[in-house]
Design a protein around this ligand. Structure first.
Ligand code: ATP
Length: 377
């Protein structure tokens, strides 16, 4: 556990609609355009109760979602059987979906989707009670919370809606780790037993990885990976939690920030194959040219991992050596009589080595060193 309990702001149930209007003023336009009942659902409701500020806006329409989206000037509507649309409002994106139910033909398979005739039915397909709450945009009705999500949030509990939840969709186990780590929640006892029995192998590797990468993007990813390991759902690299933590920190530093996609790097740190690139951390190149040779053989993610594992010389590589270029080019060697081909490459490589290692500087010395090496080749 991260050891912190989620801090709920004290929003009385009656005032949730008011809090919603305060945090999401753009929903007023949705309310005005709506015909059928519309609800704010999922993470945004949860985060309102937690006082966590704005979240992605997911709206559910019990009825004609495409019509509402069109009236709001939707840019994209997916005309499947059930409209889901994205609408832009005051610089914010709103996701609008038709209320639906989902049934799973077999464990881990994609669900069969049917329209739902109530918001409660739509909430019934969701992953955890804390994500299965809705606030109506119109009328005077209070929040819809059929599974006791608010109470669970107050008690810091993550609870599935029914016993088959992880069987239907084992990626929910990965989502559980993400929420538990991010919000400092613990699993309700029965949910924990069900989760430990989950089989991530029944979902496709792509879906599994996509959900893991979503987790890896969050600042609390190391704790989430630790939980997945504790629950017996993944096998981590030895020291993977610590390495993932250091990768996360490293990618906050200006020098390293844009070197690699955070999610890939953190994921590799936690779950990658043992050995491999981490051996780079045990090397201490004696000359810049050696450092450059080692580093250029690595991918961006590998470099970040090696640095996180202790290869401090990679800072010098990035700051000083990775950008070193010769003032001369192959044309200069050919003009000086070197035959096109391998000798040109050898000459330039040797000049670059000499320049990196501080043996030569300036155009003339570069040319002399390159010609000597080219003629030897
Ligand atoms: P975040 O704060 O990470 O964005 P979120 O709750 O908005 O969290 P999303 O993945 O955007 O999460 O999903 C929106 C909502 O859809 C969730 O709150 C949940 O109700 C539902 N949901 C998403 N994925 C699943 C799933 N695999 N099974 C059941 N319900 C899901």
């Amino acid at each position: 556990m991260v050891g912190k309990e989620p801090q709920m702001t004290q929003i009385p149930h009656d005032n949730l609609a008011e809090a919603m209007r305060g945090s999401y003023p753009e929903l007023e336009a949705v309310r005005e355009a709506a015909g059928d009942p519309v609800y704010l659902v999922g993470g945004a409701v949860r985060d309102l109760l937690l006082g966590r500020g704005r979240s992605d806006i997911d709206l559910v329409v019990v009825g004609d979602a495409a019509g509402l989206a069109a009236r709001l000037g939707a840019e994209t509507v997916e005309h499947e059987r059930f409209a889901t649309a994205k609408v832009e409002r005051d610089g914010h994106e709103l996701d609008i979906a038709t209320a639906r139910t989902e049934t799973y033909p077999s464990p881990g398979a994609l669900p069969v989707v049917e329209p739902a005739d109530s918001i409660e039915a739509d909430l019934g397909r969701r992953d955890f009670t804390i994500n299965a709450m809705a606030v109506p945009l119109q009328g005077e009705a209070g929040p819809v919370d059929p599974y006791g999500g608010r109470a669970d949030l107050e008690n810091g509990l993550l609870r599935v809606l029914h016993a088959r939840s992880f069987e239907d969709d084992p990626t929910r186990a990965i989502r559980a780790a993400r929420y538990a780590a991010r919000l400092g929640l613990r699993l309700e006892d029965e949910t924990e037993a069900l989760l430990r029995a989950a089989d991530l192998e029944t979902v496709s590797a792509d879906r599994r990885e996509a959900e893991l990468l979503r987790l890896a993007r969050e600042p609390t990813a190391p704790e989430a990976y630790r939980l997945l390991d504790e629950w017996g759902l993944v096998t981590l690299r030895e020291g993977g939690v610590e390495l993932a933590r250091r990768v996360g920190e490293l990618l906050e530093l200006p020098l390293w920030q844009l070197r690699a996609e955070r999610d890939r790097a953190v994921h590799e740190a936690a779950m990658g194959e043992p050995g491999g690139v981490l051996a780079l951390a045990d090397r201490s190149p004696s000359r810049p040219s050696e450092a450059v040779a080692l580093a250029t053989a690595c991918s961006a993610v590998e470099l970040v991992l090696a640095r996180a594992a202790g290869a401090e010389w990679l800072d010098d590589y990035l700051e000083k050596w990775s950008e070193v270029e010769l003032e001369i080019g192959g044309d200069d060697l050919i003009a000086a009589g070197v035959k096109e081909g391998r000798a040109v490459g050898r000459g330039l490589a040797e000049a670059k080595r000499g320049k990196l290692d501080g043996e030569i500087s300036g155009r003339e010395e570069e040319l002399a060193a390159a010609l000597a090496a080219a003629r030897e080749a």
